[in-house]
Design a protein around this ligand. Structure first.
Ligand SMILES: NC(=O)c1ccc[n+]([C@@H]2O[C@H](COP(=O)([O-])OP(=O)(O)OC[C@H]3O[C@@H](n4cnc5c(N)ncnc54)[C@H](O)[C@@H]3O)[C@@H](O)[C@H]2O)c1
Length: 336
């Protein structure tokens, strides 16, 4: 198949693009390089530099596109509170332009990078797709709006468009392929594992723990870490499901299936720091700071639907293994 990966110069998109290439697909990456890196686009993929909203019509209008994996987004929670317009335009308006182009050019498949942030503070754990969606930040609200928009476009397409929204929990680890290492290179890093590893690399003095009085076993927040390679495989399985002639699962879902993606196991902030200490051999000083507004105490996915409907099963469930992959990538970047 020929597949367009938006945001394919970023962390998740580049790994998805690599998995698609490895599976024998042709890949076109669309990325404006605002948070992505040209050299993260895997060899073999064609890069179109531009804003999705501006170039989608041309890229899809060229014809022969079998599907779109839409990873491009603005995704900094803190910034989304300060600059809501950047997020409503960057995530929602941009995706509407993409959806218009998808429908205009009759692209039959779309897989979207949604997020656990659509749920907000969960009432119970693990979180299923039927849980209430009450985002506690602007980023999550924009992603939920996109999920709704995709659902309505798919429903109105009369079966021409099938879509899957994958609600990622905390993506982690790195892809180590032949000749290419792909991992987290966010200029503004907000994710726990790369931040802790920056301490081990001497790039930061200590790691802040936001609250140690949560109702969890050790008092620190619990999150569900999913390896980026497992995540990328779920995209391929979603495309397979959408490509099947008997896509009854998609039909039953009204053309748009929503699936959580996580390991189904939670690890606390302290457990992650301990894993980083074990893997790096560095003491990694940590300091307790006040809780952050809008941070849920526990976010763990039920991935039963992804398992049942996509046939997906995570293979990297060991926290030390996930950290070790991230550490190998971080060290190789630091070494230049
Ligand atoms: N990393 C995570 O833990 C996580 C968790 C849940 C959901 N997500 C979602 O996964 C997706 C990828 O996240 P990531 O961590 O790889 O982020 P990233 O910033 O590394 O990648 C996003 C890419 O999209 C590009 N981009 C952004 N807006 C664009 C636009 N309008 N036109 C063209 N290119 C554009 C950026 O340049 C970048 O290369 C995002 O949609 C994010 O919301 C990520």
């Amino acid at each position: 198949m020929t597949l367009v990966v938006t945001g394919g110069a970023g962390y998740v998109g580049s790994v998805c693009a690599q998995h698609l290439l490895d599976a024998g697909h042709d890949v076109v990456v669309v990325d404006d390089l605002t948070t992505g890196h040209e050299d993260a686009v895997p060899a073999g993929a064609r890069l179109v530099v531009g804003d999705v909203a501006e170039v989608a019509d041309d890229v899809l209008g060229a014809g022969g596109v079998d599907g779109v994996i839409h990873c491009a987004a603005r995704s900094l929670v803190g910034e989304s509170a300060e600059k809501p317009a950047k997020y409503w335009h960057g995530n929602v308006v941009t995706t509407i332009a993409l959806l218009d182009a998808v429908c205009r050019h009759r692209v039959p498949r779309l897989v979207f990078s949604s997020t656990a942030a659509t749920y907000g503070e969960p009432e119970s754990s693990p979180i299923t797709e039927d849980a209430p969606t009450r985002p506690t930040n602007t980023y999550g609200a924009t992603k939920l709006a996109v999920d709704h928009a995709i659902g309505t476009y798919a429903a109105a397409s009369g079966g021409e468009l099938g879509a899957v929204s994958l609600r990622y929990f905390n993506v982690a680890g790195a892809h180590a392929g032949a000749g290419s290492a792909l991992g987290e290179r966010h200029t503004v890093e907000t994710h726990l594992i790369p931040l802790v590893l920056q301490v081990a690399l001497g790039q930061r003095d200590e790691i802040a723990i936001f609250g140690d009085d949560w109702p969890t076993a050790d008092g620190t927040c619990v999150r569900d870490y999913i390896h980026v390679d497992d995540l990328a495989e779920a995209h391929l399985l979603a495309l397979d499901l959408l490509a099947r002639g008997d896509a009854s699962v998609i039909e039953k879902a009204g053309g748009h299936l929503v699936c959580n993606l996580g390991n189904g196991t939670g690890f606390s902030v302290l457990e992650v720091i301990e894993a980083c200490r074990r893997v790096t051999g560095h003491p990694i000083p940590a300091r307790v700071a006040p809780r952050r507004t809008g941070d849920p105490g526990v976010l763990v996915a039920s991935s039963a639907r992804a398992r049942d409907e996509l046939g997906w099963k995570p293979t990297h469930t060991d926290l030390d293994g996930i950290v070790a992959d991230a550490w190998a990538f971080a060290r190789s970047r630091a070494a230049g």
